[in-house]
Design a protein around this ligand. Structure first.
Ligand code: AMP
Length: 137
């Protein structure tokens, strides 16, 4: 048994949350940091380390709820866009080692949250990289 992380404690009702959705496998609640208004987390109730190590059936259920929350953000919360984000491992910014998907409503460009996608393709051997990934899927 692993030591309970903060999301396991939320699932078990030991820590409160602003709950948005719950079923047997999935829980959704507001992220305490509210990067933007309505910022939500969708998690698996069972403990898995992250997106990459979660069984597909559970991952699909979590993504289904993330999609539904994103749709509500656009329809009813006034968001003009939504970012769906799942950080995997600390190198990618994962701080809670329990599978979760961020649903981040976007109201104005740059408001509270920014992803900068730089073009770093120069010098990379794209055919070799594509081949390595493709051959191992
Ligand atoms: P990540 O950095 O992708 O692992 O995201 C973890 C997220 O969990 C952060 O955005 C935190 O604000 C959020 N968080 C941590 N503790 C709580 C809590 N008790 N209730 C709600 N959200 C939390």
């Amino acid at each position: 048994m692993h030591e309970k992380d903060i999301f396991c404690k939320i699932v078990d009702g030991e820590i409160p949350c602003y709950k948005l959705y719950e079923d047997d496998d999935v829980l959704a609640f507001l992220d305490i940091s509210q990067v933007t208004k309505g910022h939500a987390l969708v998690i698996s109730k069972r403990h898995y380390e992250n997106f990459l190590s979660t069984p597909k059936e559970i991952m699909h259920k979590v993504m289904d709820v993330a999609q539904r929350i994103g749709q509500v953000d656009i329809k009813l919360l006034g968001a003009e866009g939504v970012n769906i984000l799942s950080n995997c491992y600390p190198a990618a910014g994962q701080s809670v080692m329990h599978f979760h998907v961020h649903v981040i409503p976007r109201y104005k460009e740059g408001e509270g949250f920014e992803i900068t996608m730089k073009n770093n393709a120069e010098g990379l051997n794209l055919p070799a990289i594509a081949g390595q990934i493709k051959e191992n899927l």
